[in-house]
Design a protein around this ligand. Sequence first.
Ligand code: HSE
Length: 306
Amino acid sequence: MDVIKIFAPATVANVACGFDVLGFCLDTVGDEMVIRKTTNKGIFITKIENFDLPLETELNVAGVSALAMYEALKPDCGFEIEIYKNIKPGSGIGSSAASAAGSVFAINKLLGNPLNTTQLTEFAIKGEALANGCDVADNVAAALFGGFTLVKSLNPLEILQIPTPDNLFATIIHPQIEIKTSESRAVLPDHIKLKDAITQWANVGSLIHSLHTSDYSLMQKSLHDVIVEPHRSALIPYYDEIKTNALDAGALGTCISGSGPSVFSLSKGLETANLVRQAINNVYSKKGIDFDLHVSKINSQGIKIL
Ligand code: HSE
């Protein structure tokens, strides 16, 4: 195999209470990438469609992760990368993660799978770091492993795959404004109150339990964020109205997707997820801000070969 085409999915990081450690993978939103073996050695970004992103390998997240892997494996060939981007950069649904994870996934396939998924995540983190300004694995792990993932530890890297209840659907609103992850991290406090930390880690534990047991009622009680949301929600226009209307329409929980501006809701069943979509549409279509709305099953496979 000398060429491969993949779907590199969007992902939701944090999942309310799990800042920097939890993520899940979407099914209906993502980029496509074509990666081709070349006789010329090196990593070459040859095409990027839809968004104005750098073609220089060292300045592109897909290039940086691929280059790190390439330098470690030293294969006897090079690779060209074409990126057909559908996820807007700075959207909060893992745009950079899709590219960073997609390139290493595809190159691994073209080389006959020398690396396991945790090793691929290590390299994808290096691409993500270019966009985030720090090492974060929550989006890239969800893209590479699929389903729900927990970053147990960054050093050494340990990713846990958490089961996904069958009937769980996500509704995502993406207001068409850009919030850079670095800016969204800059508004966070250096210190938090012990009482808030206790609430938060209790919610992380119970959310994980609810995913293992398909306990939607416990999931509803766990999808809360007392640490990050109070600081970041002010960056997202009409955040409180989105949340109130989504919850009134039946969402189990609604919170900021990654570093925003996207906002995710989780619902039991497609019908409720669509009602949540309608409720959010009713609010946001009157605000004069362009937006996209997506409903997606949780993608338990992650990146797919097309
Ligand atoms: N966990 C990260 C954040 C996701 O919320 O800043 C963005 O990479």
